[in-house]
Write a protein that binds this ligand. Structure first.
Ligand code: ZN
Length: 165
């Protein structure tokens, strides 16, 4: 079923503040370029948001009072991932669809993941994972291997519920 998007923001790039690590990881796996720095001073954060032309996602209501951040932030209201994604979906019309069912950016370093041959994955991932999953992708930076595992599938189901609501 098609979701009733009024519009889709073209390839938004995000900067998630220190309190939004989990959201940042999920946005990355959903394919959104999301910068995240656990330890960053406010001034450096603002400077990166401006120079890299990113959209700030933050829980900090004092930070967003800065004039330079006006019209380039979303103040995230909830601590819960699902509600956070719901807010981005309704306010930014974020597309939470994941058509090919595989994470597309590294949750840890934001790099675009690259498909790898099945043989390459079998030496690294648990044997049962290698048996049941035909497709694997890998981060060219940290070399972490991803596949659409149980956790991922559960999240996709929840995202689909959000899209249908
Ligand atoms: Zn990585």
């Amino acid at each position: 079923m098609e979701s009733p998007h009024a519009q889709i923001v073209p390839s938004p790039v995000f900067f998630a503040d220190a309190m939004l690590g989990r959201l940042a990881r999920w946005l990355r796996m959903l394919g959104y370029d999301t910068a995240y720095d656990k330890v960053i001073a406010d001034e450096s954060l603002i400077s990166r948001v401006l120079t890299e032309q990113r959209w700030l996602l933050t829980r900090n209501r004092y930070l967003v009072q800065r004039k330079s951040l006006r019209d380039r932030h979303t103040l995230i209201e909830s601590d819960h991932l699902q509600a956070q994604l719901q807010q981005l979906r309704s306010e930014l019309h974020l597309d939470l669809d994941l058509s090919d069912n595989t994470p597309s950016r590294c949750a840890l370093c934001n790099n675009i993941l690259i498909p790898i041959p099945h043989e390459k994955a079998t030496s690294t991932v648990p044997a049962y994972v290698a048996r049941v999953h035909p497709r694997f992708v890998q981060c060219p930076n940290c070399e972490r291997i991803y596949w659409p595992g149980t956790h991922w599938t559960q999240m996709l189901v929840r995202l689909q519920e959000l899209r249908a609501s």
